[in-house]
Ligand binder design. Structure first.
Ligand code: HEM
Length: 322
């Protein structure tokens, strides 16, 4: 009898352990700060609102920061760390350098949050809430953000270079880079709808608008207008990822793809005769389906390898470790 009850105990303990290990984000929860920082959501929302009022594009830049954080060793605020004498951070990695923006806005939001609840809320969670608020303010869907992430003490330029997919990616490369972080093809297509807002630099769409054939010719001509053919000339000139409404979050991105007006090579890969065509078609016709799949995928992306418990720290200043 005694040995039966002790093996039952061992079994229960093992089952709990497996549950814990099996779901690394078990501790993330929308109510994580409800006692320790009850004003978190209003504090972040008003700071994001004021940043977007100053510059509408900022909403897009803040959403992208969260993506580039989560894909590199998980959603751990590592993208926000400046270089130190012991590591080169992610800011100088190829997908980020001269491209990701919004660090000053994150500093402002974090200061406001620190004022409200000192030493409580991680930079990783600030990014997660900021990304959601940006989508909502620009007209997109709302969702409850899971919280409780802690901040990394290091960052990796190499991991950023290898984990964030480049705009030259084929469909199969896009599928594998999302699958490497546990996201499905459907998640990938839904999250790509983020390109309904924001801007891209000529260097990232030059080859597409001059050399590719799966592109609407008048659209290609328009984009060539502000993106000289010669490499090195006008590299940083900007064009909207969604040609009609780059500061409104809706499903226009997919309508563009169906009309062969994707700006990046990687965008048009989602509608180019392959396995994702039908989903693109669905999202182009059904904004409600897009919104609900987008929300589900954002929550999944936010669950990528968080630091929880006693791992990592709650940084005071998002640019450096404590
Ligand atoms: C599917 C693979 C993806 C690729 C290859 C990709 C690539 C790019 C590139 C090249 C740019 C323009 C950067 C520049 O020219 O400086 C860009 C912008 C942007 N990306 Fe993506 N991206 C992808 C997925 C995502 C995801 C999953 C999100 C968000 C969840 C996202 C959000 C954005 C936003 C909002 C912008 C505009 C940023 C701004 O205006 O500052 N992207 N992306």
């Amino acid at each position: 009898m005694a040995s039966f009850s002790s093996s039952l105990k061992a079994f229960v303990a093992l089952a709990f352990l497996m549950l814990f290990i099996g779901s690394s984000s078990a501790q993330l929860s929308p109510t994580f700060y409800s006692k320790s920082c009850p004003n978190l959501f209003t504090t972040v929302k008003s700071a994001v609102q004021s940043a977007i009022s100053k510059e509408a594009r900022m909403g897009a830049s803040l959403l992208r920061l969260f993506f580039h954080d989560c894909f590199v060793n998980g959603c751990d605020g590592s993208i926000l760390l400046d270089d130190t004498s012991s590591f080169i951070g992610e800011k100088r990695a190829a997908p980020n350098f001269n491209s990701v923006r919004g660090f000053d806005v994150i500093d402002n939001i974090k200061s406001a949050v620190e004022k409200a609840c000192p030493g409580v809320v991680s930079c990783a969670d600030v990014l997660a809430v900021t990304a959601r608020d940006s989508v909502v303010i620009l007209g997109g869907p709302n969702w409850n953000v899971k919280l409780g992430r802690r901040d990394a003490r290091t960052a990796s330029q190499g991991a950023a270079n290898s984990s964030i997919p480049p705009p030259t990616s084929s469909l199969s490369a896009l599928i594998s880079s999302f699958s490497a972080v546990g996201l499905s093809t459907k998640d990938m297509v839904a999250l790509s709808g983020s390109h309904t807002i924001g801007q891209a630099r000529c260097t990232n769409f030059r080859a597409r608008v001059y050399n590719e054939t799966n592109i609407d010719s008048s659209f290609a001509q328009t984009r060539q207008g502000n993106c000289p053919r010669t490499v090195g000339s006008g590299d940083n000139n900007l064009a909207p990822l969604d040609l009609q409404t780059p500061t409104k979050f809706e499903n226009n991105y997919y309508k563009n793809l169906v009309n062969r007006r994707g700006l990046l090579h990687s965008d048009q890969q989602l509608f180019n005769g392959g396995s994702t065509d039908s989903l693109v078609q669905t999202y182009s016709n059904n904004p409600g389906t897009f919104n609900s799949d987008f929300v589900a995928a954002m929550i999944k992306m936010g669950d990528i390898s968080p630091l929880t418990g006693s791992n990592g720290e709650i940084r005071k200043n998002c640019r450096k470790t404590n």
